[in-house]
Design a protein around this ligand. Structure first.
Ligand SMILES: [Cu+2]
Length: 317
């Protein structure tokens, strides 16, 4: 049985996509991961994670998160090298077959206990200070230039613009080609569907170089809005409004993809997030187009979002 929602219209943008190709071969991905881990290549331009590490992303926050993550990673590597180094050296050098005799003088040593307490505390402090600083930065939604209310539904997103985009209001649902291919016995090979389950009929459009604040809530169950390349992930909880902000660097315009990150029911895997980042001028034009289209469509019934057909479903056998 196939269900086609009336809002499943094809709204494919002809703009170039910044996403890395899917179906990356294992060896190539491993090379990229290795090179990226050592900072030899800049994976930020590729839009997605290489599958082995966090994506560097395209926002100030995502880059700071990546930096902190790598800092902690290298501290862990350092600890592992020291601990395993001492362990392996001791096992080899002082092995029984070489006539080693257990040292009975170090059964208890206050000096050693103080040292092995202070060193881990210092390491934790070294990691906690930048982590706390970054958390505070993440929560600081002051001076945002564009606010958008994001409401999660089973299983789609609604975007309602404020500030410069006031009046723009639409739903974003799984794109029809993915929706057809996902149906049981559809006969469609998902590998032939571009951006399978990661594409929508109408993406969220935002300007680059602008501090965008999302006000997240939900109309039914807990959802989570997540775009890895923005370093942005937050729960959308019914009855609550949570905030999230990001600022995409100028020059990083393109399509960015994410998913609902909270298990929100049967079709949890079918409510992707797609963000189309445009230059501020292109964004202004887009807002004007949306407003003109809404005007042309005439007054809306209360509670209906503009730019979207009524949420009726047509059932095909
Ligand atoms: Cu969800």
């Amino acid at each position: 049985m196939r269900v086609i929602r009336a809002s499943d219209t094809d709204n494919r943008t002809s703009r170039p996509r910044a996403i890395a190709p899917r179906g990356f071969s294992g060896a190539a991905a491993l090379c990229v991961a290795t090179l990226a881990a050592f900072g030899v290549i800049d994976t930020a331009a590729a839009n997605t994670s290489n599958g082995y590490n966090l994506p560097v992303g395209v926002t100030e926050l995502s880059k700071a998160m990546y930096g902190l993550h790598m800092e902690v990673f290298w501290i862990c590597v350092g600890i592992a090298v020291v601990v395993f180094g001492v362990m392996i050296y001791s096992l080899v050098t002082f092995r029984h077959s070489k006539g080693a005799v257990p040292d009975t003088t170090m059964v208890h040593s206050t000096k050693v206990e103080i040292i092995w307490t202070i060193i881990p505390v210092l390491i934790l402090v070294v990691m906690a200070v930048p982590a706390a600083d970054l958390i505070l930065k993440q929560e600081d939604t002051r001076n945002s230039e564009l606010s958008i209310r994001v409401t999660g539904y089973q299983w789609k997103w609604q975007y309602q613009y404020m500030n410069a985009g006031e009046g723009v209001d639409f739903f974003s649902t799984l794109k029809s080609d993915s929706n057809f291919a996902r149906q049981l016995d559809s006969g469609i090979d998902p590998n032939t569907v571009p951006n399978y389950l990661l594409d929508v009929d109408k993406p969220l459009v935002i300007p680059s170089g602008t501090k965008v604040r999302l006000l997240l809530t939900s109309m039914d169950v807990i959802h989570a809005w997540w775009v890895p390349d923005f370093g942005a992930k937050r729960s959308a909880i019914p009855g609550f409004i949570s905030e999230l902000w990001f600022k995409v660097e100028p020059g990083k315009e393109g399509i960015y993809r994410g998913q609902c990150a909270a298990l929100c029911g049967r079709d949890h895997g079918f409510m992707p997030v797609v963000v189309d980042v445009r230059t501020p001028d292109d964004f202004k034009k887009w807002v004007e187009e949306q407003k003109a289209a809404a005007k042309q469509a005439g007054p809306l019934e209360p509670g209906t979002a503009s730019g979207v057909a009524p949420a009726t479903a047509q059932v095909l056998n």
